[in-house]
Structure formats: C-alpha cells, structure tokens
Design a protein around this ligand. Structure first.
Ligand SMILES: [Zn+2]
Length: 136
C-alpha cells in the first residue's frame, strides 16, 4: 500500500469518526425546549468556559435566525447574542459560547466577515470544544 493511500485512508476514517461523534453528541445531548432552558444551560456552560476568559453579557433568544438554527455574534463592546431554536441542544450552546469566548465573534465584528481560513479553523475548534471540551 502506498504512503499516500494510507494517509488518505487514515484521514477518511478520522473524518468519519469526528463527524459521527459530533452527530451522536448533538443527537444525544440535552435538548433545549424553551427560553428558560436556554438561559439555564447558557449560565451553566458560560461558567465552565468563562474560567478561561472574563465574563461577558450574552443575550439569548429562542427561535430561528436568518443564520440557521444556531448563531452567535457581537452586538457591541462586551455584549453578545446567542440564538438557538428547539432543534438544537446543549452541544450547540457550547459551540456558540466557544465562538464568543475565544474572540471569534469579536474578529467578525471588527473585520466584517471571517476569512475562509478563519471559518474553517473557528468551526473546527468550536466543534472540538463542544464535543470533547478541547480548548485549542
Ligand atoms: Zn460555529
């Protein structure tokens, strides 16, 4: 077997594992039924991730957004929003909080839009935090 096909096989298996694990975590993670649920989970998860950064004002909304079933963004200095609908779970809250606490939303606010590299890097690192608790 060639070295390139071994690397390709490992990459495919790793990709399937990571995506499958993420889907399982999302599927079996605690569902968000209403705004009270979202606010309680946001508070719990913000305390966990907040240990690595200062606290932030996060306004949450329960419902669909123009950006899909889960979204986060910066409103102004120190203020952020988080939007989730009933199809999402605690894992999605963790994912969006990672974007907020790691400065992904700050960068999008300052420059207007992430670069393609930022999109890929930010989504992968937020996914790894949401699924495995890794803070890269
Ligand atoms: Zn994301």
């Amino acid at each position: 077997m060639k070295k390139s096909s071994i690397i390709r096989t490992i990459a495919i298996i790793a990709g399937i594992y990571i995506i499958g694990q993420g889907i399982c975590r999302e599927f079996f993670s605690q569902r968000i039924k209403n705004l009270d649920d979202l606010q309680r989970i946001l508070k719990e998860e913000a305390m966990n991730i907040g240990r690595i950064k200062e606290s932030k004002d996060i306004y949450c909304f329960f419902g669909k957004s123009p950006w899909g079933t889960a979204a986060s963004g910066k409103i102004r200095k120190g203020q952020y929003l988080l939007i989730l609908d009933k199809d999402r779970s605690r894992t999605a809250v963790r994912h969006e909080l990672y974007h907020i606490f790691r400065g992904h939303c700050d960068k999008a606010y300052e420059v207007g839009e992430w670069t393609t590299f930022d999109k890929i890097k930010n989504e992968i690192t937020a996914r790894l935090y949401a699924d495995y608790g890794l803070r890269l």
